[in-house]
Design a protein around this ligand. Structure first.
Ligand code: HGY
Ligand code: MN
Ligand code: MN
Length: 417
Protein backbone atom coordinates (compact mmCIF):
# COMPACT_ATOMS: atom_id res chain seq x y z
CA UNK A 1 0.00 0.00 0.00
CA UNK A 2 1.47 3.38 -0.95
CA UNK A 3 0.29 6.21 1.26
CA UNK A 4 -0.38 9.66 -0.12
CA UNK A 5 0.06 13.00 1.70
CA UNK A 6 -3.04 14.02 3.62
CA UNK A 7 -3.90 10.46 4.56
CA UNK A 8 -3.09 9.17 8.03
CA UNK A 9 0.66 9.58 7.45
CA UNK A 10 2.32 9.19 10.81
CA UNK A 11 5.48 7.65 12.23
CA UNK A 12 5.84 4.84 14.73
CA UNK A 13 6.24 6.84 17.94
CA UNK A 14 6.97 3.78 20.07
CA UNK A 15 9.85 2.78 17.77
CA UNK A 16 11.28 6.31 17.90
CA UNK A 17 11.06 6.34 21.70
CA UNK A 18 12.70 2.91 21.97
CA UNK A 19 15.60 4.14 19.80
CA UNK A 20 16.02 7.22 22.02
CA UNK A 21 16.11 5.10 25.17
CA UNK A 22 18.56 2.62 23.58
CA UNK A 23 20.91 5.39 22.44
CA UNK A 24 20.70 6.99 25.90
CA UNK A 25 22.36 3.87 27.38
CA UNK A 26 25.59 4.85 25.58
CA UNK A 27 27.69 7.37 27.51
CA UNK A 28 25.36 7.60 30.52
CA UNK A 29 25.68 10.64 32.76
CA UNK A 30 25.68 10.53 36.55
CA UNK A 31 22.12 11.89 36.94
CA UNK A 32 20.03 10.17 34.27
CA UNK A 33 21.27 12.11 31.25
CA UNK A 34 24.23 11.61 28.97
CA UNK A 35 27.94 12.35 28.75
CA UNK A 36 28.68 11.32 25.14
CA UNK A 37 31.09 14.09 24.20
CA UNK A 38 32.36 14.36 20.67
CA UNK A 39 35.19 12.06 19.54
CA UNK A 40 35.19 10.06 22.75
CA UNK A 41 34.88 6.27 22.79
CA UNK A 42 31.25 6.77 23.80
CA UNK A 43 30.66 8.94 20.73
CA UNK A 44 32.20 6.20 18.57
CA UNK A 45 29.91 3.60 20.16
CA UNK A 46 26.85 5.75 19.52
CA UNK A 47 27.94 6.23 15.90
CA UNK A 48 28.26 2.49 15.40
CA UNK A 49 24.77 1.86 16.83
CA UNK A 50 23.29 4.54 14.55
CA UNK A 51 25.15 3.06 11.57
CA UNK A 52 23.80 -0.44 12.35
CA UNK A 53 20.22 0.79 12.68
CA UNK A 54 20.50 2.72 9.40
CA UNK A 55 22.02 -0.19 7.49
CA UNK A 56 19.29 -2.46 8.89
CA UNK A 57 16.82 0.02 7.33
CA UNK A 58 18.53 -0.35 3.95
CA UNK A 59 20.52 2.91 4.03
CA UNK A 60 24.07 3.22 2.71
CA UNK A 61 26.65 5.19 4.67
CA UNK A 62 29.01 7.94 3.51
CA UNK A 63 31.42 9.70 5.89
CA UNK A 64 33.39 12.87 5.16
CA UNK A 65 36.77 14.01 6.46
CA UNK A 66 35.11 15.74 9.42
CA UNK A 67 33.41 12.52 10.47
CA UNK A 68 29.97 13.75 9.39
CA UNK A 69 27.76 10.67 8.77
CA UNK A 70 25.38 10.60 5.78
CA UNK A 71 22.94 7.68 5.51
CA UNK A 72 21.21 7.57 2.13
CA UNK A 73 17.83 6.17 1.06
CA UNK A 74 17.78 6.31 -2.76
CA UNK A 75 15.22 8.32 -4.71
CA UNK A 76 13.72 7.44 -8.09
CA UNK A 77 15.61 10.25 -9.87
CA UNK A 78 19.37 9.64 -9.69
CA UNK A 79 20.01 13.27 -10.68
CA UNK A 80 17.81 14.79 -7.99
CA UNK A 81 19.66 16.37 -5.06
CA UNK A 82 18.82 14.73 -1.74
CA UNK A 83 16.67 16.04 1.08
CA UNK A 84 18.86 15.95 4.21
CA UNK A 85 17.40 15.46 7.65
CA UNK A 86 19.59 15.37 10.71
CA UNK A 87 21.16 16.80 13.82
CA UNK A 88 23.88 15.58 16.23
CA UNK A 89 24.58 12.58 18.49
CA UNK A 90 27.26 14.26 20.63
CA UNK A 91 26.19 15.62 24.02
CA UNK A 92 27.29 18.08 26.66
CA UNK A 93 29.26 16.62 29.60
CA UNK A 94 26.07 16.83 31.66
CA UNK A 95 23.69 16.67 28.72
CA UNK A 96 20.21 15.36 28.20
CA UNK A 97 18.99 12.34 26.24
CA UNK A 98 17.24 14.36 23.52
CA UNK A 99 19.33 17.43 22.53
CA UNK A 100 20.45 16.58 18.99
CA UNK A 101 19.76 12.87 19.34
CA UNK A 102 16.03 13.38 18.75
CA UNK A 103 16.71 14.97 15.35
CA UNK A 104 19.06 12.25 14.16
CA UNK A 105 16.85 9.34 15.27
CA UNK A 106 13.66 11.08 14.07
CA UNK A 107 15.30 11.28 10.65
CA UNK A 108 15.87 7.53 10.78
CA UNK A 109 12.27 6.99 11.96
CA UNK A 110 11.04 8.99 8.94
CA UNK A 111 12.93 6.56 6.69
CA UNK A 112 11.68 3.51 8.59
CA UNK A 113 8.10 4.77 8.27
CA UNK A 114 8.63 5.36 4.55
CA UNK A 115 9.85 1.78 4.28
CA UNK A 116 6.79 0.50 6.18
CA UNK A 117 4.47 2.46 3.88
CA UNK A 118 6.44 1.52 0.76
CA UNK A 119 6.79 5.20 -0.14
CA UNK A 120 9.11 6.18 -2.98
CA UNK A 121 10.33 9.73 -3.49
CA UNK A 122 11.91 11.51 -6.43
CA UNK A 123 14.67 12.97 -4.25
CA UNK A 124 16.88 10.70 -2.11
CA UNK A 125 16.67 11.14 1.66
CA UNK A 126 19.92 11.48 3.64
CA UNK A 127 19.82 11.08 7.43
CA UNK A 128 22.74 13.01 8.91
CA UNK A 129 24.81 13.03 12.12
CA UNK A 130 27.02 16.14 12.33
CA UNK A 131 30.27 15.87 14.28
CA UNK A 132 30.82 18.16 17.29
CA UNK A 133 27.67 20.24 17.27
CA UNK A 134 27.99 21.03 20.97
CA UNK A 135 31.39 22.72 20.97
CA UNK A 136 31.76 21.64 24.59
CA UNK A 137 35.00 19.70 24.13
CA UNK A 138 36.27 21.51 21.03
CA UNK A 139 35.08 25.08 20.41
CA UNK A 140 33.28 26.36 18.43
CA UNK A 141 29.87 24.74 18.41
CA UNK A 142 28.61 23.41 15.06
CA UNK A 143 32.23 22.89 14.04
CA UNK A 144 31.79 20.14 11.42
CA UNK A 145 28.69 21.63 9.81
CA UNK A 146 30.60 24.92 9.71
CA UNK A 147 33.40 23.28 7.73
CA UNK A 148 30.80 21.55 5.52
CA UNK A 149 29.25 24.97 4.76
CA UNK A 150 32.66 26.45 3.93
CA UNK A 151 32.53 28.91 6.84
CA UNK A 152 35.45 27.28 8.68
CA UNK A 153 38.48 25.45 7.26
CA UNK A 154 39.28 21.83 8.00
CA UNK A 155 42.80 22.81 9.07
CA UNK A 156 41.31 25.19 11.66
CA UNK A 157 38.97 22.46 12.86
CA UNK A 158 41.64 19.75 13.05
CA UNK A 159 43.85 22.04 15.16
CA UNK A 160 41.18 22.85 17.76
CA UNK A 161 42.25 21.65 21.20
CA UNK A 162 40.28 20.38 24.16
CA UNK A 163 41.09 21.30 27.78
CA UNK A 164 43.65 18.44 27.90
CA UNK A 165 45.43 19.78 24.80
CA UNK A 166 44.24 17.00 22.48
CA UNK A 167 43.63 17.95 18.83
CA UNK A 168 40.28 17.44 17.09
CA UNK A 169 42.01 15.83 14.08
CA UNK A 170 43.99 13.37 16.21
CA UNK A 171 40.90 12.40 18.19
CA UNK A 172 38.81 11.89 15.04
CA UNK A 173 41.54 9.62 13.73
CA UNK A 174 41.82 7.82 17.08
CA UNK A 175 38.15 6.80 17.07
CA UNK A 176 38.40 5.72 13.43
CA UNK A 177 35.87 8.11 11.93
CA UNK A 178 37.87 10.07 9.35
CA UNK A 179 35.82 9.44 6.22
CA UNK A 180 36.96 9.47 2.61
CA UNK A 181 34.47 12.04 1.30
CA UNK A 182 35.71 15.61 0.82
CA UNK A 183 33.82 17.69 3.38
CA UNK A 184 31.38 20.04 1.70
CA UNK A 185 31.35 18.16 -1.61
CA UNK A 186 27.76 17.05 -1.08
CA UNK A 187 24.96 19.31 -2.40
CA UNK A 188 21.53 19.47 -0.75
CA UNK A 189 18.06 20.02 -2.20
CA UNK A 190 16.87 20.95 1.30
CA UNK A 191 17.78 20.42 4.95
CA UNK A 192 15.42 19.75 7.88
CA UNK A 193 16.39 19.59 11.56
CA UNK A 194 14.01 18.51 14.30
CA UNK A 195 15.15 19.56 17.79
CA UNK A 196 13.82 20.07 21.31
CA UNK A 197 13.19 23.78 21.97
CA UNK A 198 15.65 23.95 24.89
CA UNK A 199 13.56 26.84 26.23
CA UNK A 200 10.21 27.32 28.02
CA UNK A 201 8.02 28.93 25.34
CA UNK A 202 6.23 25.98 23.66
CA UNK A 203 5.38 24.31 26.97
CA UNK A 204 4.18 27.59 28.50
CA UNK A 205 2.07 28.36 25.41
CA UNK A 206 0.83 24.74 25.33
CA UNK A 207 1.92 24.25 21.72
CA UNK A 208 2.99 20.85 20.38
CA UNK A 209 5.04 22.17 17.46
CA UNK A 210 7.49 25.05 17.04
CA UNK A 211 7.55 26.35 13.46
CA UNK A 212 11.08 27.74 13.52
CA UNK A 213 11.36 30.88 11.38
CA UNK A 214 14.72 32.18 12.60
CA UNK A 215 17.69 31.42 14.85
CA UNK A 216 19.37 34.06 16.98
CA UNK A 217 22.99 34.97 16.23
CA UNK A 218 25.91 34.30 18.58
CA UNK A 219 29.38 35.44 19.63
CA UNK A 220 31.68 33.31 21.80
CA UNK A 221 34.42 35.63 23.09
CA UNK A 222 37.31 33.82 24.79
CA UNK A 223 39.03 36.08 27.34
CA UNK A 224 42.58 35.41 28.58
CA UNK A 225 43.31 37.58 31.61
CA UNK A 226 46.86 37.82 32.96
CA UNK A 227 47.37 38.65 36.64
CA UNK A 228 50.21 37.95 39.02
CA UNK A 229 50.44 34.67 40.90
CA UNK A 230 50.87 35.52 44.58
CA UNK A 231 50.05 34.23 48.05
CA UNK A 232 46.38 34.79 48.94
CA UNK A 233 47.32 35.24 52.57
CA UNK A 234 50.46 37.30 52.75
CA UNK A 235 49.95 39.59 49.74
CA UNK A 236 48.48 42.96 50.83
CA UNK A 237 45.31 43.95 48.94
CA UNK A 238 47.02 46.95 47.31
CA UNK A 239 49.82 44.71 45.99
CA UNK A 240 47.58 42.39 44.04
CA UNK A 241 47.20 42.04 40.27
CA UNK A 242 43.99 40.08 40.58
CA UNK A 243 42.81 38.40 37.33
CA UNK A 244 40.06 36.61 39.25
CA UNK A 245 38.59 39.92 40.40
CA UNK A 246 38.77 41.24 36.83
CA UNK A 247 36.87 38.16 35.62
CA UNK A 248 34.18 38.68 38.26
CA UNK A 249 33.72 42.33 37.27
CA UNK A 250 33.57 41.39 33.57
CA UNK A 251 30.92 38.75 34.29
CA UNK A 252 28.84 41.31 36.19
CA UNK A 253 29.26 43.75 33.29
CA UNK A 254 28.13 41.11 30.74
CA UNK A 255 24.96 40.61 32.81
CA UNK A 256 24.34 44.39 32.81
CA UNK A 257 24.90 44.68 29.04
CA UNK A 258 22.48 41.82 28.32
CA UNK A 259 19.83 43.30 30.66
CA UNK A 260 20.29 46.75 29.09
CA UNK A 261 19.43 45.15 25.72
CA UNK A 262 16.19 43.45 26.70
CA UNK A 263 14.05 42.07 25.24
CA UNK A 264 15.64 39.40 23.14
CA UNK A 265 19.28 39.32 24.19
CA UNK A 266 21.22 36.95 26.42
CA UNK A 267 24.74 36.94 27.81
CA UNK A 268 26.66 34.79 30.25
CA UNK A 269 29.68 32.63 30.99
CA UNK A 270 29.67 28.83 31.25
CA UNK A 271 33.32 27.89 31.34
CA UNK A 272 36.20 29.28 33.42
CA UNK A 273 39.77 28.02 33.83
CA UNK A 274 41.99 29.40 36.61
CA UNK A 275 45.66 28.62 36.64
CA UNK A 276 47.32 27.41 38.73
CA UNK A 277 43.82 26.89 40.24
CA UNK A 278 45.19 26.47 43.74
CA UNK A 279 43.18 27.60 46.75
CA UNK A 280 45.89 29.85 48.17
CA UNK A 281 47.40 31.26 44.98
CA UNK A 282 46.01 34.32 43.23
CA UNK A 283 45.52 33.24 39.59
CA UNK A 284 48.22 34.10 37.12
CA UNK A 285 45.88 33.37 34.22
CA UNK A 286 42.10 33.22 33.94
CA UNK A 287 40.51 31.95 30.71
CA UNK A 288 36.74 32.12 30.20
CA UNK A 289 34.28 32.36 27.31
CA UNK A 290 31.51 34.96 27.15
CA UNK A 291 28.45 33.70 25.23
CA UNK A 292 26.20 36.50 23.89
CA UNK A 293 23.21 36.05 21.56
CA UNK A 294 20.42 38.02 19.90
CA UNK A 295 18.08 37.65 16.92
CA UNK A 296 18.91 41.28 16.05
CA UNK A 297 22.23 41.83 14.27
CA UNK A 298 22.68 45.40 15.54
CA UNK A 299 22.07 44.42 19.16
CA UNK A 300 24.38 41.40 18.87
CA UNK A 301 27.28 43.41 17.47
CA UNK A 302 26.56 46.35 19.79
CA UNK A 303 26.79 44.08 22.85
CA UNK A 304 30.10 42.68 21.61
CA UNK A 305 31.59 46.15 21.10
CA UNK A 306 30.46 47.40 24.52
CA UNK A 307 31.67 44.28 26.34
CA UNK A 308 35.12 44.44 24.73
CA UNK A 309 35.44 48.17 25.51
CA UNK A 310 34.34 47.92 29.14
CA UNK A 311 36.40 44.76 29.75
CA UNK A 312 39.46 46.69 28.63
CA UNK A 313 38.65 49.45 31.11
CA UNK A 314 38.08 46.97 33.96
CA UNK A 315 41.41 45.25 33.31
CA UNK A 316 43.32 48.50 32.92
CA UNK A 317 42.03 49.71 36.31
CA UNK A 318 43.32 46.50 37.93
CA UNK A 319 46.58 46.30 35.98
CA UNK A 320 45.44 42.95 34.53
CA UNK A 321 46.40 41.92 30.99
CA UNK A 322 43.48 41.17 28.67
CA UNK A 323 43.31 39.45 25.28
CA UNK A 324 40.08 38.46 23.54
CA UNK A 325 39.62 35.90 20.74
CA UNK A 326 36.29 35.30 18.96
CA UNK A 327 36.09 31.48 19.06
CA UNK A 328 32.54 31.16 17.80
CA UNK A 329 30.18 33.25 15.70
CA UNK A 330 27.21 33.20 13.40
CA UNK A 331 24.84 35.98 12.38
CA UNK A 332 21.09 35.68 13.01
CA UNK A 333 19.58 33.15 10.57
CA UNK A 334 16.33 33.39 8.58
CA UNK A 335 15.13 29.93 7.56
CA UNK A 336 13.71 29.16 4.13
CA UNK A 337 10.10 30.46 3.88
CA UNK A 338 8.97 27.62 1.59
CA UNK A 339 10.23 24.95 3.98
CA UNK A 340 8.85 26.88 6.97
CA UNK A 341 5.46 26.86 5.22
CA UNK A 342 5.70 23.10 4.63
CA UNK A 343 6.29 22.58 8.36
CA UNK A 344 3.34 24.81 9.27
CA UNK A 345 1.06 23.04 6.75
CA UNK A 346 2.09 19.62 8.10
CA UNK A 347 1.23 20.69 11.65
CA UNK A 348 -2.13 22.07 10.46
CA UNK A 349 -2.95 18.92 8.44
CA UNK A 350 -2.13 16.78 11.47
CA UNK A 351 -4.18 19.00 13.76
CA UNK A 352 -1.22 19.79 16.03
CA UNK A 353 -1.14 23.08 17.94
CA UNK A 354 1.78 25.16 16.70
CA UNK A 355 3.38 28.60 16.80
CA UNK A 356 6.22 30.46 15.11
CA UNK A 357 9.38 30.50 17.20
CA UNK A 358 12.94 31.84 17.01
CA UNK A 359 15.55 29.31 18.08
CA UNK A 360 17.48 30.45 21.15
CA UNK A 361 20.12 27.76 20.73
CA UNK A 362 22.41 27.40 17.74
CA UNK A 363 22.08 24.37 15.49
CA UNK A 364 23.75 22.74 12.49
CA UNK A 365 20.77 24.03 10.50
CA UNK A 366 22.28 27.53 10.92
CA UNK A 367 25.23 26.50 8.77
CA UNK A 368 23.21 24.26 6.45
CA UNK A 369 21.15 27.38 5.67
CA UNK A 370 24.29 28.89 4.14
CA UNK A 371 24.42 26.24 1.40
CA UNK A 372 20.81 25.08 0.94
CA UNK A 373 17.20 25.90 1.81
CA UNK A 374 16.94 24.85 5.48
CA UNK A 375 14.53 24.95 8.37
CA UNK A 376 13.76 23.42 11.76
CA UNK A 377 10.92 21.89 13.69
CA UNK A 378 10.77 22.03 17.50
CA UNK A 379 8.97 20.17 20.24
CA UNK A 380 8.55 21.41 23.83
CA UNK A 381 10.80 20.24 26.65
CA UNK A 382 9.82 20.02 30.32
CA UNK A 383 10.40 23.32 32.11
CA UNK A 384 12.39 24.50 29.09
CA UNK A 385 15.38 22.73 30.62
CA UNK A 386 18.31 21.60 28.46
CA UNK A 387 22.08 21.21 28.79
CA UNK A 388 21.14 19.54 32.05
CA UNK A 389 20.85 15.80 32.72
CA UNK A 390 17.27 16.33 33.85
CA UNK A 391 16.28 17.37 30.28
CA UNK A 392 12.93 15.69 29.56
CA UNK A 393 10.28 15.45 26.85
CA UNK A 394 7.15 13.32 26.48
CA UNK A 395 6.78 10.48 23.99
CA UNK A 396 3.76 12.28 22.53
CA UNK A 397 5.75 15.46 21.96
CA UNK A 398 8.56 13.46 20.35
CA UNK A 399 6.29 11.64 17.91
CA UNK A 400 4.13 14.68 17.05
CA UNK A 401 7.20 16.55 15.85
CA UNK A 402 8.36 13.47 13.96
CA UNK A 403 4.96 13.21 12.23
CA UNK A 404 5.42 16.81 11.07
CA UNK A 405 8.98 16.02 9.96
CA UNK A 406 7.74 13.03 7.92
CA UNK A 407 5.17 15.09 6.07
CA UNK A 408 7.41 18.09 5.45
CA UNK A 409 10.21 15.85 4.18
CA UNK A 410 7.83 13.93 1.89
CA UNK A 411 6.36 17.13 0.48
CA UNK A 412 9.88 18.37 -0.29
CA UNK A 413 11.23 15.05 -1.58
CA UNK A 414 8.12 14.54 -3.79
CA UNK A 415 6.33 11.21 -3.44
CA UNK A 416 6.37 9.12 -6.65
CA UNK A 417 3.69 6.64 -7.69
O1 HGY B 1 25.40 26.50 21.95
C1 HGY B 1 24.39 26.14 21.35
O2 HGY B 1 23.48 26.91 21.12
C2 HGY B 1 24.25 24.70 20.91
O3 HGY B 1 23.71 23.97 21.95
N1 HGY B 1 25.52 24.15 20.50
MN1 MN C 1 21.56 20.53 19.92
MN1 MN D 1 23.22 21.39 22.86
Amino acid sequence: MTAQPGTNLRVNGDRLWDMLMEMAKIGPGIAGGNNRQTLTDEDAEGRRLFQRWCEDAGLTMGVDTMGNMFMTRPGTDPDALPVYVGSHLDTQPTGGKYDGVLGVLAGLEVVRSMNDLNIKTKHPIVVTNWTNEEGARFAPAMLASGVFAGVLTQDYAYARKDMEGKNFGDELKRIGWVGDEEVGSRKMHAYFEYHIEQGPILEAEEKQIGVVTHCQGLWWLEFTLTGKEAHTGSTPMNHRVNAGLAMARIMEMVQTVAMDNQPGCVGGVGQVKFSPNSRNVLPGTVIFTVDIRSPEQAKLDGMRARIEKEAGEICAALGVGCSIEAVGHFDPVTFDPTLVASVRKAAEDLGYSHMNIISGAGHDACWAAKVAPATMIMCPCVGGLSHNEAEEISKDWASAGCDVLLRAVLETAEIVG
